[in-house]
Design a binder for this molecule. Sequence first.
Ligand SMILES: Cc1ncc(COP(=O)(O)O)c(C=O)c1O
Length: 419
Amino acid sequence: MGLIHAKPRSGYYVAKQATAKVSEFTQPQIAAPSLIQVPDIFLDIMRLSAAFDIYPKAGIEIDNQSIQLLHRHINRAMRQHASKNALYYGDPTGDPALKKQIAQHYRARNVIIEPEDICITAGCQNSLFLALSSVCQTGDTIAIESPAFYGVLQLAQSLGLRVIEISASATQGMDTDILQSALEIWPIKACIVTSNFATPTGACMPAKAKQSLVDLAKEHDFTIIEDDIYGDLGFHVLPEPVKAIDRDEHTILCSSFSKSLSRDLRIGWVIGAKYHQQIIHHKLVHHLSSNQALQQGLASFIANGDFRRHLLQYRQQLKKQRDALIAAINQYWQFSFSYTVPDGGLAIWIKLDEPIDTVELYKRALKQDIVLTPGALFSTSQSYQNCLRLSFVHPIEGARKQALTMVNRLVFEMKKRAI
Ligand SMILES: Cc1ncc(COP(=O)(O)O)c(C=O)c1O
């Protein structure tokens, strides 16, 4: 349970409790919208960090039963539809059976949509691209949460959008009062939020804040682009997305199976609301259509109840791994830090209390094959230089535990050098 920990040849100790010291997380001051330039080194960090693995060399030990089952469904679909799939492109909006399953899946979270409201994409990043490029023109201003998913910063740069960072609490997500102040000054075209289990903090916006966001969108006529990729990964509850409370089509919902099932599927979706037709047009121009056998296999996997069973098991596993990660950093890290304890998602957000530059720490760790995700990646402000995102996707044991002890050593070396 992480309440005590054992120190070899020393004894048992009460563990530092998993409490988030939110107020200590620095937030950027509100600044005028600007074009952004993500430094080149961040592309390498992003590529490595996307695996959410502190020590990729450790590999994977257990075979994932759900993935084996999924592949049986996909293989069956490949056999049954091989000739037809080979000679015809699928519907650009996606396989009807898969869209039906996704629509039904959302009912549990109070999102009432029809299969025809959905466009299947090549993953959530692609969904965000389709949504942003349908809503915005070059030079438009978007509001993002701070800290934000780095993929959004990349998209804003490549689409030539101006960005305004809105402070987000490490537990309650975007501060809608600050967003309101920004809306009174600048014309904001779209606001991108991950309202449930946001990366990197794991924050969830309370229902009241979600309602305020919808009210602001109505009043100021901007589009909410909601990234719901972690929405299915709540350990105790599955909070409603913003989309569930927006009755006026101001919200575009983007998501994928990448975090809940497999990154390798490259299948996501976008529920485009009033931008649905533009999104389909963009999808057609850029992709024509998506792989049919994968969609057919997925539809059958979900219809059979296998996705639901997988999620029930996976959420419990992730919760255990979150607790083990928190217990491990409390045991192995001898320096002072604070962290979030998210109730879902895949990662915790850590702030080192000393002014340690985590990009420098990342570089030093990489020499030992350890992959850290520095805070600087999640913002263009200088607010998170001493922060880290640490994932619990992989069980923290063996070589990954050793990687944590090595991080402790590296931090002490950096502290020594700074003296
Ligand atoms: C918040 C968030 N959105 C989108 C993505 C990209 O998802 P996909 O692999 O489905 O493109 C990620 C991946 O890390 C993410 O964390």
